[in-house]
Design a protein around this ligand. Structure first.
Ligand SMILES: NC(=O)c1ccc[n+]([C@@H]2O[C@H](COP(=O)([O-])OP(=O)(O)OC[C@H]3O[C@@H](n4cnc5c(N)ncnc54)[C@H](OP(=O)(O)O)[C@@H]3O)[C@@H](O)[C@H]2O)c1
Length: 290
C-alpha cells in the first residue's frame, strides 16, 4: 500500500513498482490520511502486508508560518499522522516504511557525512515535525523503517520542482543560475531511491537508514555538471556562499546535509545508490529520451 502516490516521490514509486507488485494506492480524494476513522478503516480492510508512506507536508518554506503550531496542518501531517499510521500498522501486523529527510540534521558536519546514529538538530519547522514523525514511527509497536532521503531528482515531469529540473528550465531559457559552493549535499536520483525503498521493503529492514547519493557534490558543481551534459552554457552559473544564500529563504536550512549511505550498502550492496556523476548520466539519458 502506497500513501502519497501522487507526490514527487510517490508517483515514481507507482511507476516503477507497478509491474512487479500488486499496489493499492488511494488518492487523497479516496483517503484523507488526516481523517482518523477513514485511515483506520482503510488499513483494517486492506490485505496489504506492507505500507510505504510518502504522504507528508514537504514544502520546507511553506511550513514556516506554522512554526510551533501543534494544531496546524504541517504538524498533523508530519508528526501526528506518522505516529498514528505506525500504531495502526503495529496493531494490524503490517510492515511500514516511512520516508523522512536529511533536514533532521543541523548541517554543521563538514568532516564526514551524517550517519544514522548521529545526533539530530532540526533547524526549521518542517524538519522539527519530520523528526517528531520519525520518533513516533520508531517508538511504535510496528515493524518499521525510517528511510531518510535527500533532494530526490527525477527525469519525469511533475508539478513539483527540484534542482535538476529547475536548472534545465532556467539554463535552457538562457537565464542565469546561482549555485552554492560551500555546501556538501548527496542528492539522490529518484529511480535509485525507489529501487532502494523496494529492497528495504522486501527485506523488512527495521530502524533508520539513509538513502542518498553514494558520494557528495555541491549545488554549484551539480548545476554545472547538468549544464555540461545537456550542452547548456556553464557561464550562466555563478557561485554563491551558503552565508549569502541562506538568509534569503524563509526557513533555516542545514548547510552540509550530506548523508552517509554505508549502512544501506552493507545491507543491500553497492549497485543501487550511485555517486552524483553516475546518477546524472542516468538522469540525462532519461531526460533526453523524453
Ligand atoms: N522532495 C524533496 O526534496 C524531499 C527531500 C527529502 C525528503 N522528502 C520526503 O519525501 C516524502 C515525499 O515527498 P514529496 O516531495 O514526494 O512530497 P509531495 O510531492 O508534496 O507529495 C506529498 C503527498 O502527500 C499527499 N497528501 C498530503 N496531504 C494529504 C492528506 N491529507 N491525505 C492524503 N494524502 C495527502 C499528497 O497528495 P495530494 O497532492 O493529492 O494532496 C501527495 O501525494 C516526504 O516524506 C518528504 O518529507 C522529500
Amino acid at each position: 500500500m502506497v500513501l502519497g502516490g501522487s507526490g514527487l516521490v510517490g508517483s515514481r514509486v507507482l511507476d516503477l513498482w507497478a509491474d512487479d507488485v500488486e499496489l493499492i494506492a488511494p488518492t487523497h480524494a479516496e483517503l484523507d490520511i488526516l481523517d482518523d476513522r477513514a485511515l483506520t478503516a482503510f488499513l483494517t480492510e486492506t490485505q496489504a502486508p506492507v505500507v510505504v508512506n510518502l504522504a507528508a507536508w514537504a514544502d520546507v518554506d511553506g511550513a514556516e508560518p506554522e512554526r510551533g503550531n501543534r494544531d496546524g496542518r504541517v504538524y498533523a501531517l508530519n508528526a501526528r499522522y506518522p505516529a498514528r499510521l505506525a500504531s495502526l500498522c503495529g496493531e494490524l501486523g503490517k510492515y511500514l516504511v516511512h520516508v523522512s529527510t536529511d533536514y533532521v540534521f543541523d548541517g554543521t558536519s563538514l568532516d564526514r557525512a551524517y550517519r544514522e546514529s548521529d545526533s539530530t538538530g532540526p533547524l526549521c519547522w518542517y524538519a522539527e515535525t519530520k523528526l517528531e514523525g520519525e520518533q513516533g514511527v520508531l517508538g511504535s509497536s510496528a515493524q518499521a523503517c525510517v528511510a531518510r532521503i535527500e533532494m530526490p531528482f527525477s527525469a519525469q515531469p511533475h508539478r513539483k520542482q527540484h534542482l535538476a529540473r529547475l536548472c534545465l528550465a532556467r539554463l535552457g531559457r538562457g537565464e542565469p543560475m546561482v549555485g552554492v559552493v560551500d555546501q556538501r549535499i548527496t542528492p539522490v536520483f529518484l529511480d535509485d531511491a525507489v529501487r532502494a525503498l523496494g529492497q528495504i521493503s522486501e527485506a523488512r529492514f527495521t530502524g533508520t537508514i539513509h538513502v542518498a547519493a553514494a558520494g557528495w557534490t555541491t549545488p554549484y558543481l551539480f548545476i554545472r555538471a547538468i549544464a555540461a551534459r545537456m550542452g547548456l552554457s556553464a557561464d550562466l552559473v555563478t557561485a554563491e556562499t551558503f552565508a549569502d544564500f541562506a538568509p534569503k529563504r524563509p526557513a533555516r536550512r542545514p548547510q552540509h546535509s550530506w548523508l552517509d549511505v554505508s549502512c544501506f550498502e552493507e545491507h543491500f550492496g553497492r549497485d543501487i545508490l550511485r555517486g552524483p556523476e553516475a546518477e546524472l548520466d542516468a538522469w540525462v539519458e532519461q531526460v533526453s529520451a523524453t
